[in-house]
Ligand binder design. Structure first.
Ligand SMILES: [Zn+2]
Length: 264
């Protein structure tokens, strides 16, 4: 029963978020598009659909099963400490987000992982659809890591569901092409990742790209010295240097990208 309602909430948040940010992007866009939005959306949504089906088929039951198993058998670090449920959920979200930060950093630093992650970065414009543009290989490896972490942590189903919901909405927000008041970005940056911070992460300049790895919290970048904010936002060119031709970024090329020649 919970799985059904959990899946429904996730689905609703995911597509609701896409629709919500798409409408906002059309009303208050951050800057003019340089390549066809329709073509990019077809690619990004096709990847999303392909990934959703495969991840659902292969990993969904395993993720849920692990959370249920650790809960029933009281396994994992969180079962060893006495704390209210809300604090355990907060710890789950913070811990999983921190590991995601490390995982994201490794995706940039380890050449084999970058082969997969560059599919995400090769988008030539950034908008809410970029948040879902990932190669299945990257998502499959991160799903396996997630299962191990849930087991280690003894995270509850609610904790995992809240983490995943926060993750989706934060990623959709900071990828979206929205004109946001500077004061809001500054306040938001205090704890979380605003669009301006993540835009720098999508720059073609490698020195800029290898910063700002956070997804939910900006704290990890701040504490571990990978935060970069003093970049002229108007001059940021989005994408990966050698992949600038939109005609060479169609779906089958994106799927084959990890297995083609290495490119920084
Ligand atoms: Zn990245």
């Amino acid at each position: 029963m919970f799985d059904l309602s959990g899946s429904f909430i996730r689905l609703l948040l995911f597509w609701g978020g896409i629709l919500f940010f798409l409408i906002l992007e059309l009303l208050v866009p951050y800057r003019q598009i340089t390549v066809s939005k329709l073509k990019r959306w077809i690619n990004n949504l096709a990847l999303t659909l392909f990934n959703t089906i495969l991840i659902k088929l292969i990993f969904s039951a395993a993720i849920l099963g692990t959370a249920t198993y650790t809960e029933v058998h009281k396994l994992g670090v969180l079962h060893m400490i006495q704390a209210p449920a809300w604090l355990k959920i907060l710890l789950t979200v913070a811990f999983l987000d921190f590991v995601l930060y490390v995982w994201h950093l490794l995706n940039h630093e380890v050449p084999l992982l970058w082969r997969f992650h560059r599919v995400h970065h090769s988008d030539l414009n950034m908008d809410v659809s970029t948040a879902t543009r990932f190669h299945f290989g990257e998502l499959a490896i991160s799903a396996i890591i997630k299962i191990c972490l849930i087991f280690f942590l003894g995270a509850s189903i609610q904790g995992v569901l809240i983490f995943e919901s926060a993750l989706v909405l934060c990623a959709q927000f900071h990828h979206s092409s929205l004109k946001i008041p500077e004061w809001f970005e500054k306040i938001f940056l205090f704890l979380f990742v605003p669009p301006s911070m993540h835009r720098i992460h999508h720059s073609v300049i490698i020195r800029e790209r290898d910063t700002n790895y956070g997804t939910i919290y900006s704290l990890w970048d701040r504490f571990l010295g990978t935060l970069l904010m003093n970049v002229d936002q108007a001059k940021i060119r989005i994408g990966v240097g050698p992949y600038q031709n939109p005609d060479k970024l169609n779906l089958h090329r994106l799927l084959l990208m990890p297995f083609t020649r290495p490119i920084r």
